[in-house]
Design a binder for this molecule. Structure first.
Ligand code: ADP
Ligand code: ZN
Length: 439
């Protein structure tokens, strides 16, 4: 049966008041479940003299202490599971971008929930049963590959489970199998586009690709413009984390003005990352999520360290679920250079303003003496490299100026040849901080 504009019209367009009613009812159940089945959560509640019955309104959520990444690491691997062990049917783990892995444990119900919101997310990004969907997120413990796989399966479209690696072969498959939709990290999308250009493949001419869903790492609007132009597609942002389920927590609709958070499964808050104070809607801060429907490993007020802001205005697409602005960065990724807070995404934004540059860049921070050094390595694109008229010194000083405007501090820019900076097939590595161990 073909659906209309929505995967689940009733839920996606539910009036805000109704969503809140639903959230309160589910929140109370989730809190009770956690309190009764987890010594971890019981201790947290007891430490502030809180009982599940004290959660009477959505605002009472704020009385619950936060759950943080170190809680998961200390309780590795299954200390935060709230069901008997034989009810866990699948485990995943984060790629450990920042330290030890974090394990996610799923019951059958959790798997169905994940599959449902992934299908809903893909549908919201325009995926339909007729699509051929190429999944180039890594398969395995990482939630990206299998998360998309389960979602596309539910949608009923055709899956090409490419996973990472063998870029040339992936391009051949995309061509031969008539792939219409691509799912991968934005940095891999850029790499695919570059490789296609080298191989003489023109996506607009040789492929049937129409759209892509990119996430798992921060990416700027400038990178989006490049991906859309170079691959000839419409690009959608998709967000999630292992602790909550994996991808599918939120996704962009065709308005591309923030990612709808599926509020029938999650409550979102923003807090000041330094003080933990709740922030009003629309103010930028750290996202905190509470799961409403998970049974294996529920999260109450989980601090993501991801920085964004929430928009509760009604979206033109008709969906009533709140939107989060694309992630500016992780508070973990924030660099403090000469006392100034710098996000890699700010540098990315500055660098991507120059059409002479390729999309790869690397930030190198060091402390050889008393002062931090801040070097940004950028790559010329093939065309600019061949351009004998190009004044590299003035380009360099323009880039330095732009980085200074965006970050507030001065960087040394090094321009390197096309292809010189390292590429990754998963999440990109943008920062080399050589100060570690020297401080
Ligand atoms: P890790 O990266 O810690 O190994 P995960 O694979 O669970 O673990 O990744 C989740 C994290 O990836 C999120 O907390 C967020 O920092 C980042 N992320 C996921 N999707 C996006 C997105 N669309 N934009 C920016 N960052 C994202
Ligand atoms: Zn929308």
């Amino acid at each position: 049966m073909e659906k209309g504009q929505y995967w689940n019209e009733k839920i996606e367009t539910l009036p805000t008041e109704e969503i809140k009613k639903l959230q309160l009812q589910k929140l109370r159940e989730q809190v009770k479940h956690c309190y009764e089945n987890s010594s971890f959560y019981r201790k947290k509640f007891d430490s502030v003299n809180l009982k599940p019955e004290d959660i009477k309104t959505l605002d009472d959520l704020k009385k619950i202490p936060f759950t943080v990444k170190s809680d998961l690491k200390e309780n590795y691997p299954f200390g935060m599971v709230t069901v008997p062990s034989d009810e866990i049917v699948e485990v995943h783990a984060s790629s450990g971008t920042t330290g030890n892995p974090i394990v996610g444990a799923y019951t059958k119900g959790d798997m169905e929930m994940w599959q449902e919101i992934m299908a809903r997310s893909i549908y919201t990004a325009g995926g339909r049963r007729q699509d051929v969907i190429h999944i180039a997120y890594g398969y395995g413990l990482f939630t990206g590959g299998l998360g998309f796989h389960y979602g596309v399966q539910k949608l009923g479209a055709k899956i090409v489970p490419a996973s990472g690696g063998m870029t040339q072969r992936q391009i051949k498959l995309m061509k031969d199998l008539g792939v219409t939709m691509l799912a991968c990290t934005p940095s891999f999308a850029v790499y695919l586009a570059e490789t296609m250009a080298q191989e003489g493949v023109v996506p607009q001419r040789d492929l049937k690709l129409k759209r892509g869903m990119f996430g798992a790492e921060p990416w700027s609007d400038k990178i989006r413009e490049r991906i859309q132009k170079d691959l000839g597609i419409e690009a959608f942002d998709v967000y999630g984390l292992t602790e909550l389920c994996g991808p599918g927590v939120s996704v962009e609709c065709n308005q591309h003005d923030g990612l709808h958070i599926w509020e029938d499964h999650f409550i979102v808050e923003t807090i000041d990352p330094n003080t933990g104070e709740s922030l009003p809607n629309g103010e930028e801060g750290e996202l905190v999520f509470t799961t409403l429907t998970k049974t294996g490993m529920p999260m109450l007020r989980y601090r993501t360290r991801d920085i964004s802001k929430i928009n509760r205005e009604k979206c033109k697409c008709g969906r009533t679920h709140a939107r989060m602005q694309r992630i500016t960065g992780r508070s973990d990724d924030m660099l403090i250079i000469r006392g100034v807070n710098v996000f890699p995404s700010q540098v990315e934004y500055a660098v991507m303003c120059f059409s002479e540059l390729a999309t790869q860049y690397l930030i190198v921070v060091d402390r050889p003496g008393a002062l931090d050094t801040f070097v940004v390595k950028v790559e010329l694109c093939e065309k600019a490299c061949k351009d004998t008229q190009l004044d590299r010194n003035s380009l360099k000083s323009e880039i330095q100026k732009r980085i200074h405007i965006v970050t507030g501090i001065s960087a040394d820019v090094e321009i390197v040849k096309p292809g010189e900076l390292p590429r990754t097939e998963g999440k990109a590595k943008r920062v080399l901080d050589l100060r570690k161990g020297k401080m």
